[in-house]
Design a protein around this ligand. Structure first.
Ligand SMILES: Nc1ncnc2c1ncn2[C@@H]1O[C@H](COP(=O)(O)OP(=O)(O)OP(=O)(O)O)[C@@H](O)[C@H]1O
Ligand SMILES: [Mg+2]
Length: 273
């Protein structure tokens, strides 16, 4: 819902937008909505909490080798993510967004540089330790959900707990609570194919939260959804950040979604723009 403040009416910004789209009411509504979203995100940025640094990306490069060809995808990226932040990573297709997110979550290792997570260097971890780190610390969400088609929702949500060897009762209980939190409490006996796209993504988010991760990394979580469901997913990220004190980093192509984050990180040709 669009809420206007007295100042908006007074400074005439809204009226100017309405006048500009005088002959196209739909475009006028979109323009006003974008204006308000922009102003809200600006306000959010101003009050955004800056806790301690949770994750530091230190001058990383990533080069893929394809036969004799070397593809330098990230060319020296340095950034900090603070505890409790909601950050959006944007950039053109092929600019290295997914690569950066995967490195941040320890799914892959940088060619040079390091990722420091809560003071711990990921570059120094063995593959086994890195995989335990991912399991215990990171929640991943992807564009295509990746729910197991042959498992009911309850079991799908419990999968990360099985790898973490958490007791059955705890797994059951946590999965049920998380299903409630994402509005799927009445769907626990359903298979993924019986859920809508938006519901599948909410299920994937609940699954990502099962092991109480410190950070949620989402790669185009709304890329496969219409705008209404996409907005609902971002609302859910905001709730999770607020209620669970989670840090959230999402990769998105959608400027309206990026505008809702506390901060946008833009990648261009392998460096921060
Ligand atoms: N495993 C890989 N091996 C070789 N090249 C790769 C690999 N993964 C990614 N690349 C290349 O690295 C570049 C960046 O890929 P990446 O997936 O990070 O881009 P992106 O910004 O996420 O793009 P999109 O918006 O299309 O998802 C691309 O040119 C891609 O082809
Ligand atoms: Mg990508």
């Amino acid at each position: 819902m669009i809420e206007l403040k007295r100042g908006d009416r007074k400074n005439g910004a809204i009226q100017a937008l309405l006048d500009a789209f005088d002959d196209d009411p739909v475009a006028a509504v979109h323009a006003v909505r974008d204006y308000v979203a922009d102003r809200q995100s600006q306000a959010r940025r101003e009050v955004a909490p800056k806790g301690p640094v949770l994750l530091s990306v230190k001058d990383i490069t990533k080069t893929y080798k394809l036969g004799r060809q070397r593809l330098e995808v990230l060319k020296g990226v340095t950034l900090d993510i603070y505890e409790g932040e909601f950050v959006a990573i944007t950039g053109a297709s092929g600019s290295g967004k997914s690569t950066l997110l995967q490195l941040m979550g320890g799914l892959d290792k940088p060619t040079k540089g390091d990722i420091i997570f809560a003071g711990k260097s990921l570059a120094k971890l063995s593959d086994g330790k890195l995989s335990a780190f991912r399991r215990d610390t990171i929640g991943f969400v992807f564009q295509f959900f990746y729910l197991q088609p042959f498992l009911k929702l309850q079991q799908n949500l419990e999968v990360p707990g099985m790898f973490a060897k958490s007791p059955r009762r705890v797994r059951h209980e946590t999965a049920r609570n998380l299903a409630d939190k994402v509005g799927l409490g009445d769907r626990l006996t359903h298979y993924p194919k019986e859920l809508s796209g938006g519901q599948m993504q909410r299920a994937a988010i609940a699954r990502a939260l099962l092991n109480h991760p410190k950070i949620l990394l989402a790669d185009e979580p709304t890329g496969n959804l219409d705008s209404v469901n996409g907005r609902a997913i971002i609302d859910l990220f905001e709730t999770i950040r607020g209620e669970l004190g989670m840090t959230v980093v999402i990769v998105t192509h959608d400027p309206a979604i990026a505008a809702r984050a506390d901060r946008e990180i833009h990648l261009k040709d392998g460096v921060l723009a």
